[in-house]
Design a binder for this molecule. Structure first.
Ligand code: GRF
Length: 203
């Protein structure tokens, strides 16, 4: 399988997938890393792994449609089978999400459907939640709303800070995301009737 990864920042999830790919080179290849921010550290990680990179800077586009069109052209030029959003901080147009329906994954730092959008760690702390975590889902037009594939929980402990919580969630993300990418690459994971399926079992 040919995989494109979209990032906006540090790219620690990208790094986890790069490391996993090295041990599963027969299953998939990361053919392109795209960042909407020219200074994203994840670009460096990709270059260090000899993966082609591209900057599609959203500030150079008049609207979301033309920006998404540029992304789509770049992704499709590489014949990617899967688009992996790994800390990609742009809202995507319905047309773009439909084009990759069943072929695009996102990782979100909350136990969806709780806390879609931003500042999820802070919101979980403020709500006094005892559990927090991450969700990996298929991308649909609804923001952070597509069918969930896998969630991992972490405990919110006494004295927990936004930073300590973010670190805990990140640690779990780096285990969970490569695993889900692997399932997809193995043809075990798919979207059917707006539901996620793994090995013929509805998740
Ligand atoms: C992760 O916490 C992910 O859940 C969210 O953005 C963050 C990206 O971190 N969507 P990184 O760039 O992979 O380090």
């Amino acid at each position: 399988k040919r995989i494109a990864v979209l990032i906006s920042g540090s790219g620690s999830n990208l790094q986890a997938i790069i490391d996993h790919q090295k041990a599963h080179a027969d299953l998939y290849e990361i053919v392109l890393v795209i960042s909407n921010r020219p200074n994203a550290y994840g670009l460096q990680r990709a270059q260090d792994a000899n993966i082609p990179t591209l900057v599609v800077d959203h500030t150079e586009y008049d609207n979301r449609e033309t920006f998404d069109q540029a992304l789509q052209t770049a992704i499709d030029a590489q014949s990617a089978d899967l688009v992996v959003l790994a800390g990609f901080m742009r809202i995507l147009t319905p047309g773009f999400t439909k084009h990759y329906l069943g072929k695009m994954l996102n990782i979100h730092p909350s136990l969806l459907p709780k806390y879609t959008g931003l500042n999820t760690h802070q919101r979980a702390l403020e709500a006094g939640d005892k559990k927090h975590g991450l969700s990996i889902h298929f991308v649909t037009p609804e923001l952070d709303g597509g069918p969930v594939i896998l969630q991992a929980e972490v405990d919110i402990e006494t004295g927990e800070t936004e930073q300590s919580l973010a670190d805990k969630v990140h640690k779990q993300e780096h285990i969970a995301y490569p695993l889900v990418v692997q399932w997809f690459a193995e043809d075990k994971l798919f979207l059917k009737d707006n539901q996620a399926w793994l090995n013929q079992n509805c998740l």
